[in-house]
Structure formats: structure tokens, C-alpha cells
Ligand binder design. Structure first.
Ligand code: ING
Length: 306
């Protein structure tokens, strides 16, 4: 019996600083309904999908920072998304800022078609910086606003396959993908907010779209997993964010790609059993990996240059 699933990446265009969560949720419900109309059984939304990308602003007061976070999930603002999913029988992935007791995380959840939370992930690789750096056209204060994720990289049995998650900068690190590959991930869901301009290396601005897909296509191919990746895109509060939302096959091929930097749905049929084409051949870990030689990968400091 083939294990197939129709998946959608639901890209969001800009969310204004003063745009209420209810507005972002209404946009996502519309995208979910459109995706469902195109046969989607799983809809992947971006990182921090309920609000504007607030780490771009330095805020001195924790009380103001906390206005960007969710204390409960679902909440009154997000309930319409859960209700739509249950009405349509659709699963979804959502990125949001989570307060859990005294801790604050950049979080993603996988929600089943009956509205239950099947898995939670908290972002491990937090890019950017901790202090206000006024020389920058915009800040990137994830290290200030979020704690490092404490849930590892869970891969759960869901929707007929083994499903993992990561968030944005995580996708650039090969360790992210291999840790899920070692758990036999067949589908990785992720969202991202990626500025076109990278102040520390502006010569790389022209390469942001290339590096986005390079990272995810490599991760997919080297671990034999599908990827569904959804961007928050477009000119958001003066910062241009890349699009490029896509669905990637275990071969590393992009099988669906967004064409705009606005709200947009892309859909593809995936066949979990196609992961075996990779995982029982070129990347048969049992046959070909040499983990006893990889210990340096877990060392805290890079190996000294010889
Ligand atoms: N955003 C960016 C990302 O990793 C970044 C940060 C941009 C890092 C460009 C390097 C180059 O896609 C988030 N939210 O992690």
C-alpha cells in the first residue's frame, strides 16, 4: 500500500508591525482553504507566522518584547486556524514565538487533522546577535529574544510517514538534517524569514535565494527526505525577505516552487516510499557511514588547523 500525502507550502507575504494576529490567521485560513481545494492534506506555514518578524527591532523592555509571544496554543487568535484544519480535515505546521514559564522559544508545531498537536520543535540554531547594533539597517536579535531550543530534533510517526521539523537558520547546518536522517525522517517541515540583505556580508545578498535552496536540497538528498519549506516573504517593514517557498524530493529536486513574494500556495504529491531510493543506496547509513571517524563533529571547538 503506497504511503502518499499531498502537501502544501503556504507562503506568507509581509505582515505589518501593527497587523493583528487575527489578520495573519485569516490570511492563513484562506491559504489553507485554497490548499485544501487543491488536494492538500498538510499545509506548512512559515516561521513566526503570526506577526511581523520582530527580531529585526531592538526593544529594551521585556514587557514590549513579550507582546510578540504566545502564552497558549491554541489561543483565541489562533483558534480559527485549528477550527479550519478540523473542518477541512487538514494537518498543518505553524511557526510562532512561545513563552513557556520563564523561557521564550522560536517554536514550530505539527497539528493533526483533528486539531491535536502531534509534535513541537524549538529552534536550536539562533542566528544574529544579542545587543543593539545601530550600524545595521535592521537588527537580527534572535539570540537576545529566544532561548536555545531544548527539545532536540524530534521525528514523529504522523500522516503516514516519519516527520521532523526545523526552523530557518537550522536548515543551513548539516547537523540539523543528519540528526533527523538518523531518525529516518521522510519529511521535514520548516518555515523561514530570510532577509535579502545580510549586513555582515552584503556581497552575498545576490546569493540568498541560491543559499536557501542549496541548504535544503543538500539536506533532502544527503538524508533521503522530502522537504516542505514556507517563507515569510516580500518587503516587510522596510526589510526585503526572500521567497522561494518550495517542496523538495528526496533526490534533492525542487518539485514545486513559489513564483511570488506574496501569499501563495504550492502543492505536490509525495510518496514516502521514494525515500528508499536514497536511503537504501547512495546514503545507506548502515552500509556506508563511518561514525567512528566522525567524533570531531560533536566536539565543542573546531579541530585545530594542521
Ligand atoms: N533568518 C536567517 C536565516 O538563517 C540569516 C538569518 C540570513 C542567516 C541570511 C544567514 C544569512 O535564513 C532566520 N530567521 O534564521
Amino acid at each position: 500500500m503506497p504511503r502518499t500525502l499531498t502537501v502544501a507550502a503556504a507562503q506568507l507575504g509581509p505582515i505589518a508591525r501593527d497587523e493583528p494576529r487575527s489578520s495573519a490567521v485569516a490570511r492563513m485560513v484562506a491559504l489553507m482553504e485554497h490548499a485544501h481545494g487543491r488536494g492538500a492534506e498538510l499545509v506548512v506555514f512559515p516561521e513566526l507566522a503570526l506577526t511581523s518578524f520582530f527580531p529585526r527591532w531592538f526593544m529594551p523592555d521585556q514587557s514590549e518584547i513579550d507582546t510578540w509571544f504566545e502564552r497558549e496554543m491554541p489561543s483565541a487568535d489562533t483558534a480559527p486556524l485549528f477550527e479550519a484544519a478540523a473542518r477541512l480535515g487538514v494537518a498543518f505546521h505553524l511557526g510562532y514565538a512561545e513563552i513557556d514559564g520563564a523561557n521564550r522559544f522560536n517554536t514550530a508545531i505539527l497539528v493533526g487533522p483533528t486539531g491535536e498537536i502531534l509534535s513541537k520543535y524549538r529552534k536550536v540554531h539562533l542566528p544574529g546577535h544579542r545587543e543593539d547594533e545601530p550600524w545595521r539597517p535592521f537588527q537580527h536579535l534572535e539570540k537576545r529574544y529566544f532561548a536555545r531550543g531544548d527539545l532536540g530534533f524530534p521525528v514523529v510517526d504522523a500522516l503516514g510517514g516519519h516527520v521532523g521539523m526545523c526552523i530557518c537558520n537550522d536548515r543551513r547546518w548539516p547537523e540539523t538534517w543528519r540528526l533527523m536522517g538518523l531518525q529516518s525522517a521522510e519529511l521535514v517541515c520548516l518555515g523561514y524569514n530570510t532577509p535579502q540583505h545580510y549586513p555582515n556580508a552584503p556581497q552575498h545578498d545576490r546569493l540568498q535565494d541560491f543559499h536557501n535552496h542549496l541548504s535544503m536540497q543538500a539536506g533532502a538528498y544527503q538524508n533521503g527526505t522530502y522537504v516542505v519549506a514556507a517563507a515569510k516573504a516580500g518587503l516587510e517593514e522596510g526589510a526585503e525577505l526572500i521567497g522561494g517557498s518550495c517542496i523538495i524530493a528526496p533526490t534533492g529536486e525542487i518539485v514545486a516552487l513559489a513564483a511570488t513574494r506574496a501569499d501563495e500556495v504550492v502543492v505536490a504529491d509525495i510518496d514516502f516510499d521514494r525515500c528508499r531510493e536514497i536511503r537504501t543506496n547512495i546514503f545507506d547509513f548502515a552500509q556506508h557511514r563511518q561514525p567512528d571517524l566522525y567524533t570531531a563533529l560533536a566536539e565543542p571547538a573546531p579541530a585545530p588547523a594542521k
